[in-house]
Design a protein around this ligand. Structure first.
Ligand code: NCD
Length: 303
């Protein structure tokens, strides 16, 4: 079954032309200037997992474009009573949802929803699979700081294994020929991670990842997903924490990204979090126009 038209389920199956179209449209969006492309539409934010940035920016993006938004979280909804994903989907269609933005702990949940419910579905993060809107806002942020993807090297450091952000970023950057280096201990960065996309390589040595790099993306150790896996955090910090001294190994004009939430003192120091090369809050800021473009695309108004 084909997913509903306008859905955004992942980056893997998007072509570069479509990605560039979304990014170009996002550049035309200004959250301070209402653009009623979604006037009267109903956007349902269906969140089965915690979220701060993704949820608030989808909601703000929808409202700036004139939509009504409804937030449903597992706690306090019929999900708690055992209602299935699809029955929740049929219910949302019956109340008149025009777009469903979903975050779910299981990979593939947004796809199943989009295949069965005739409403465009936007994946706001599904298990360890993909987080396409994050990859698009990261690409938007990279292109605002670097001229183009040409010749770029992006180093992603941290818990790649549990990161849908890293997977979507690898797919996107790989399509544009960007050299991607994944760095961390074997438990968090298995060798097989190099097969996510073309141009991806794995290293255990931070110095190797940082030397000559243009963009450093840091990732949180996702403790809630470790499920019995033992990670020696003091050892992790001593080998992989981003510090001012280590940042000097990268190119002079390298920028530091992080999808958030950041844990100061773990994957990065406060000096890095608040430092001049850091673009973490810019990513959050750029999330709104990027999600405006994604929502406009969902209803065929990305023109
Ligand atoms: C991430 C996520 O939920 O995948 N956050 C986000 O959406 N910006 C990463 C994380 O939780 O560490």
């Amino acid at each position: 079954m084909n997913p509903a038209r306008g859905s955004l389920l992942g980056i893997e199956h998007l072509d570069t032309a479509e990605i560039l179209k979304i990014l170009k449209f996002a550049r035309r969006m200004n959250p301070d200037k209402p653009r009623p492309l979604l006037k009267g539409k109903r956007v349902v934010l269906l969140f089965y997992e915690a979220s701060t940035r993704t949820r608030s920016s989808f909601e703000i993006a929808a409202k700036v474009m004139g939509a009504h938004t409804v937030l449903i979280q597992s706690a306090g909804s019929s999900i708690e009573k055992g209602e299935s994903l699809l029955d929740t989907g049929y219910t949302l269609r019956a109340v008149g949802a025009d777009i469903i933005v979903i975050r779910h702990p299981n990979a593939g949940a947004p796809l199943v929803m989009a295949q069965h419910i005739d409403v465009p579905v936007i994946n706001a993060g599904d298990g360890l699979h993909e987080h396409p809107s994050q990859a698009l806002l990261d690409a938007y942020t990279i292109l605002r700081n670097k001229k183009s993807f040409k010749g770029l090297q992006v180093s992603i450091v941290g818990d790649i294994f549990h990161s849908r952000v890293a997977r979507s970023a690898c797919h996107l950057l790989g399509k544009f020929g960007v050299k991607v280096i994944l760095c961390g201990p074997p438990e968090l960065v298995p060798d097989i991670a190099a097969t996510i996309a073309p141009g991806v390589r794995v290293t255990r040595h931070l110095e190797d990842a940082l030397r000559g790099t243009d963009v450093i993306m840091l990732l949180r150790v996702q403790k809630e997903r470790l499920a019995g896996m033992q990670i020696d955090l003091p050892d992790y910090i001593s080998r992989y924490q981003m510090t001012t001294a280590r940042l000097k190994m990268a190119k002079k004009d390298a920028i530091v990204l992080h999808p958030g939430p950041i844990i100061r003192g773990l994957e990065l120091t406060s000096e890095i979090a608040d430092g001049a090369q850091t673009r973490i809050l810019d990513e959050v800021h750029n999330g709104v126009p990027t999600r405006m473009a994604i929502l406009a695309r969902a209803v065929g108004r990305m023109r």
